[in-house]
Design a protein around this ligand. Structure first.
Ligand SMILES: [Zn+2]
Length: 416
């Protein structure tokens, strides 16, 4: 297996590599048409990419009438890691160059245990994949964390639910241990990228991805790229104030969206209802397990419990109202709702959100606007993280390089 010795030398090569990543194996003739290169120029560039170990020729395509054309694909040895650090668990996957998941492992770990313990779990999981022969030569790793991130510096910045992680050099530490380029982003942005690469938003260039988990956040994709804003906090919709006299939020403010509706808010409201004797179903679940979660609310709503149904309805309404404003402002081509809590609540939540958004946004913005539930589950984060780093590794003249990969050796063997 030949490791990557270098990265694309020019924008044409980068364009070819990304097309092969996103569309899979393709005939040389079709590739030439897609990038508007003469046959001679295309053959030149593909020869260079083959020498660099980035591209392979595999057999001949079916004839389209003329001469048969060779099939071209990304090198089968390309490997990316997608690392999704959640509030309560870590997922690590290894993908091929086309970002198909070859193996995925996960473990429960509370992010509040701090970077040392959580990153040790990450490296342990990478070790597991390596033991299976899946993550030996790694060309890059993307990482998502459940909090605000300085993308440029590769550090979390004052993350509310990640005590001990503020300014911790996650990117540098993982880059040193994994010996490959690493990029760090927040989990919502990587999920949005995952949806765009492998989910329902594959054909969409302008997208809002709303994650409902312990908190609420929004990934913004503009013209196919994540929009992070001036300092990296774009899409932090969980802290939009929806009411001046609402409950206190984890950020210290009052009346934030996620203080009304999120996994944490649902658990709090369900516990209150159970203790006040307003719901027998929730009270029974509370006495059985000692705590209530959003999953309990979903199950209770599914069995027809009126209090739980009302919690989902009210929460979906609040989220829908915030989304209606965002849709009017941004005019996305699609809204994808994802995250563990949204997946658990499912279609009743979706129906509520749709109802409010379609009622409150202008017809021009919602006329062709699909609002859908993510179908990727836990793969959205890991595939998106792999996509993030592959965008960088398969690019030419990436301005971030100087800051991001000062000493990284691309394609080095993981020998932790
Ligand atoms: Zn808040």
């Amino acid at each position: 297996m030949r490791p990557l010795s270098t990265r694309p030398e020019n924008a044409r090569q980068a364009h070819l590599l990304r097309l092969l990543r996103d569309d899979g194996p393709v005939s040389r003739a079709e590739l030439g048409e897609a990038v508007h290169l003469s046959r001679a120029k295309l053959v030149d560039e593909l020869e260079r990419l083959t020498e660099m170990g980035l591209v392979e020729t595999s057999g001949m395509a079916a004839s389209r009438g003329g001469r048969r054309s060779a099939m071209v694909r990304l090198a089968s040895s390309l490997r990316f890691l997608g690392i999704d650090i959640g509030a309560t668990s870590v997922d690590v996957a290894v993908t091929d160059g086309e970002l198909r998941v070859l193996g995925q492992v996960s473990e429960s770990v509370d992010v509040r245990r701090g970077p040392d313990s959580v990153l040790a779990v990450v490296l342990e999981l990478v070790g597991k994949l390596r033991a299976e022969g899946l993550a030996v030569d790694i060309h890059g790793a993307g990482v998502g964390v459940p909090g605000p991130v300085s993308f440029r510096d590769g550090v979390p910045v004052a993350p509310p639910i990640m005590p001990g992680w503020d300014q911790f050099p996650v990117r540098t530490v993982l880059s040193q241990h994994l010996r490959c380029p690493v990029l760090l982003d927040n989990d919502v942005n990587i999920m949005a990228l995952g949806e765009m690469h492998a989910g329902l938003a594959r054909s969409v260039e302008d997208l809002l991805f709303v994650k409902v988990g312990t908190g609420v956040g929004c990934g913004i994709v503009v013209h196919g790229a994540v929009y992070r804003g001036a300092s990296g906090s774009a899409g932090d919709i969980g802290h939009i104030r929806v009411d001046d006299d609402g409950p206190v939020c984890s950020c210290g403010n009052v009346g934030c969206l996620e203080a009304y509706f999120s996994g944490a808010a649902l658990a709090r409201d369900a516990t209150e209802a159970a203790r006040a004797g307003r719901s027998d179903v929730l009270a029974e679940r509370l006495s059985e397990s000692g705590t209530l979660t959003a999953a309990d609310v979903a199950a209770a709503a599914g069995s027809g419990d009126q209090v739980a149904v009302e919690l989902v309805r009210a929460g979906g309404g609040r989220l829908g109202l915030a989304l209606a404003g965002l849709v009017s402002f941004f005019n996305p081509a699609m809204v994808v709702i994802g995250g563990e809590v949204a997946a658990g609540l499912g279609h009743p939540l979706l129906a509520e959100i749709r109802g409010v958004v379609y009622r409150r946004s202008l017809p021009l913005a919602t006329g062709n606007l699909p609002i859908v539930l993510s179908e990727l589950g836990s793969q959205a984060g890991v595939v998106g993280a792999a996509r993030l780093i592959s965008d960088s590794v398969l690019s030419h003249g990436d301005a971030l390089d100087r800051h991001v990969f000062p000493r990284a050796r691309i394609g080095a063997t993981l020998d932790r």
